[in-house]
Design a protein around this ligand. Structure first.
Ligand code: GTP
Ligand code: MG
Length: 194
């Protein structure tokens, strides 16, 4: 059985002081607001409503932790880049996410989601630079919105731009890319557990 099938909600953290101490290896899901982070977590876990999916971007302001049994955690980071979020909330996002990333915790990998129709925005590039040498799996989400030809074109373009990282097409709707994503993340979790 996949470890993702064991996903269970642990806590939602809105303040730096409430961040739980590091435990088992973590897979952090990051990306612009509304890109499909919570949907991807649900798709990987094979559940409909484990993580809250919203049509309103920028609503989730907390870091949500999920356990995968004893062996790993999934971390749903609040999305960035939603223009209608007030400046004070953006500062709060930066404070919370930078505290999370700076804390001494075993980060197995960051799953960076980008909309396949608008990849590599300035904010995505900033986050990638900020993550330094963290291991990155890049998912080009909502691939179902593009035809085959356009999908392949975008995939090659993003792969060429991010040579160090694994880049794959993904759709929570058609389940494209889910098996590869799950297999790779499980493999990475096993590697850090050794
Ligand atoms: P924030 O928490 O606000 O940062 O958003 P999020 O990145 O968690 O996105 P969420 O999973 O809530 O999805 C946002 C919207 O996109 C919802 O209306 C989803 O139904 C839709 N969506 C998510 N993934 C896909 C996908 O693969 N294909 C399509 N067509 N729609 C998707
Ligand atoms: Mg979300």
């Amino acid at each position: 059985m996949s470890v993702f099938a064991r996903a269970a909600f642990v806590c939602a953290v809105g303040r730096v002081a409430d961040l739980p101490p590091g435990g088992p290896p973590e897979l952090a899901f990051a990306g612009r607001s509304n890109v499909g982070k919570s949907s991807a977590i649900n798709a990987l876990a094979g559940r409909k409503a484990l993580a809250r999916v919203s049509k309103t971007p920028g609503r989730t302001q907390t870091i949500n932790f999920y356990s995968l049994g004893e062996s790993a955690r999934l971390v749903d980071l609040p999305g960035y880049g939603y223009a209608r979020v007030p400046q004070t909330m953006r500062a709060h996002w930066r404070e919370l996410v930078s505290a999370y990333l700076a804390a001494p915790r075993p980060l197995a990998a960051v799953v960076l989601l980008m909309d396949a129709r608008h990849p590599l925005t300035a904010l995505d590039e900033q986050l990638i630079a900020w993550l330094g040498d963290a291991r990155l799996l890049v998912l080009l989400t909502k691939a179902d919105k593009l035809g085959r030809g356009a999908q392949q074109e975008i995939l090659l373009r993003v792969r060429a731009a991010l040579r160090r990282h694994v880049v794959t097409l993904f759709s929570s709707v058609t389940r494209q890319g889910i098996e590869e994503c799950r297999d790779l993340l499980e493999q990475w979790l096993e590697q850090v557990a050794k």
